[in-house]
Design a binder for this molecule. Sequence first.
Ligand SMILES: [Zn+2]
Length: 248
Amino acid sequence: MSTTRQELLAHFDGLLQPERFKDYGPNGLQVEGRGEIRRIVSGVTASRALIEAAIEAQADAIFVHHGLFWRGMDGRITGWLKERIRLLLAHDINLFAYHLPLDAHPQWGNNAQLGVQLGLEGQATFGEQNLGWMAAAEFADAAALGRHVEQALGRTPVCVGGERPMRRIAWCTGGAQGFFEAAIAAGADAFITGEISEPQAHLARETGVAFLAAGHHATERYGAPALAGQVALELGLEHRFIEIDNPA
Ligand SMILES: [Zn+2]
């Protein structure tokens, strides 16, 4: 089975509704490749390693969470960016990228799928553009929650604060440390995200709300394969997720 680039784009856009978001870069087709699509490779980031792996896998399209173009770039196609784009164009591979719309999708998105991994069922959203998720849970304290996260993600989280029972767990995947105050305001006992910055450690100690940083990559590697897998199923395409490990 195969489909067209336009049909594939329409399916991604239909599910992810990028027009609903204020984002840091363009969502959708970022680099145009061949018109006929049989095989999709999904990944977290459009890095050179992922593009090379997709070439090896003879992919017609790549679907990622972190694409190539972000607000604030100076617009020059040189160095590492030139190399990534050169590889895509030379092999006529389409690059589809969806940032916030992929975080937010209620079933196949990063937050929904991290919830599945952690056994947390999102009951409410909070924060900017409703990107944060909240669930009821039962953990003795932050250390117990940390062990649970470690077991689920295969990665030891940085854990600050939270020497009390954890009943309301908030999360937002990736670099969402800026959502911590909104999580505190929303009544969370703990907030799980990918990265921590200096101020959050103090806030965690002073409010008693636990902050768990479980890795930007580790928390965001579930949405792209879930969404691309669903679209591949609907259109009868081949799909494979390629994990490019990242310690950050
Ligand atoms: Zn991210």
